[in-house]
Design a protein around this ligand. Structure first.
Ligand code: FMN
Length: 193
């Protein structure tokens, strides 16, 4: 199963980027064919329809194709003001905006339709950024994704990783593994249809 893993943060010491790296390692050990995406490697401006009218940015086109090629995704989102960050919204808005002149990419949800998505969050707070998930999940439904019912919010994230960047507590690792297992299970069944 081809699994795309990414975080909604580009911060150097980001807890969600650490979590995404841990997800990628655990999912690889579970047999998934993992692509670990860093959104900071792509040049995606703030969405503006006038800018788009001059041509969809090359990196947006690359991301559309990358997302399309992966039947399963796992997103690790920060929580900003009880929601998910602008980085995620901006990226997903660009990816869902149809390229009207392109016979393939004029289909707005081509990149996202039918994907199985696992949602994780990490925050220094006690709730682990769970409130960000309650906003991100409806957006994913709008993109015609299937969202894994199992979710996890990593609380006290600033103390949750050891010096190697691994989750220190077995309990947290097990909760992350539960989400990975459910995403891979559901994606393999939906693909078989
Ligand atoms: C503008 C802003 C709003 C925030 N709001 C929340 C919040 O509502 N809940 C929360 O748990 N943390 C909040 N935080 C703290 C973030 O969870 C924290 O900065 C976290 O480390 C960001 O994720 P990252 O480490 O992956 O970059 C906020 C941070 C910023 C910059």
């Amino acid at each position: 199963m081809k699994l795309l893993v990414f975080a909604g943060s580009t911060r150097a010491q980001s807890h969600n980027r650490k979590l995404a790296r841990e997800v990628a390692a655990l999912a690889t050990a579970s047999g998934a064919d993992v692509t670990h995406l860093e959104l900071g490697d792509y040049d995606v401006p703030m969405y503006n329809a006038d800018l788009e009218a001059q041509g969809t940015p090359a990196d947006v086109m690359k991301l559309k194709q990358l997302f399309y090629e992966h039947p399963a995704w796992i997103i690790c989102t920060p929580e900003y003001n009880a929601s998910y960050p602008a980085l995620l919204k901006n990226t997903l808005d660009w990816l869902s905006s149809p390229v009207k002149s392109d016979p393939v990419w004029k289909d707005d949800f081509r990149f996202s339709r039918g994907k199985v998505v696992g949602v994780l969050s990490a925050s220094p707070g006690a709730l682990g950024g769970l409130r960000s998930q309650s906003h991100l999940v409806p957006l994913l439904f709008n993109l015609h994704c299937w969202v894994s019912p199992k979710v996890f919010g990593l609380g006290r994230a600033h103390t949750a990783f050891d010096e190697q960047g691994k989750l220190a507590e077995e309990g947290n690792r097990a909760r992350v593994q539960d989400v990975i297992d459910q995403v891979l299970w559901a994606a393999s069944r939906l693909q078989a249809e």
